[in-house]
Design a protein around this ligand. Structure first.
Ligand code: GDP
Length: 138
């Protein structure tokens, strides 16, 4: 069990001004920020990040959404980070997310769902490495 996960605050949430409230909720839930950047993905970068979904019918929609505004990428630390963060953000589809979760509070749809959270320790490491050099994390 790793103690790190990776997150992005997605363009729907940054565009609507939810970044501060979402970061506040993450930190109050006990996560420590080990790396963070505010950036905007290119189409190629968004496609690479979601490469696993390339064959899915929603792939281009997902890429277009992910480049529609800035994102905040971060590496977070907490005991049981991956599972606890998935609990904090709620189900992929906000209509099915538990009350009080970040997606229930801030997401509009299954596509535009406010935040990303790694689904495994292995992917947390891969996704963190996608955004951050050794100099940009501690
Ligand atoms: P996650 O691990 O909860 O983010 O969910 P997935 O790994 O299944 O999907 C990755 C991302 O693709 C989701 O967070 C959504 O932004 C997007 N996505 C998933 N399903 C759909 C869909 O049916 N339509 C659209 N437009 N986007 C989707």
């Amino acid at each position: 069990m790793s103690n790190r996960t990776f997150t992005m605050i997605k363009p729907d949430a940054t565009n609507k001004g939810y970044t501060g409230a979402i970061l506040d909720q993450i930190i109050k839930a006990g996560f420590t920020v080990k790396a963070m950047k505010w950036t905007k993905l290119t189409e190629e970068q968004a496609g690479l990040f979601y490469d696993i979904h390339r064959a899915r019918p929603f792939f281009q929609e997902l890429v277009d959404f992910m480049i529609s505004g800035p994102i905040v990428a971060a590496i977070l630390e907490k005991e049981n980070a991956v599972a606890d963060f998935r609990t904090l953000i709620g189900a992929t589809n906000p209509a099915q997310a538990e009350e009080g979760t970040i997606r229930k509070l801030y997401a509009a749809s299954i596509g535009e769902n406010a935040v990303h959270g790694s689904d495994s320790d292995e992917n947390a490491a891969i996704e963190g490495d996608f955004f951050f050099s050794k100099l940009e994390r501690f």
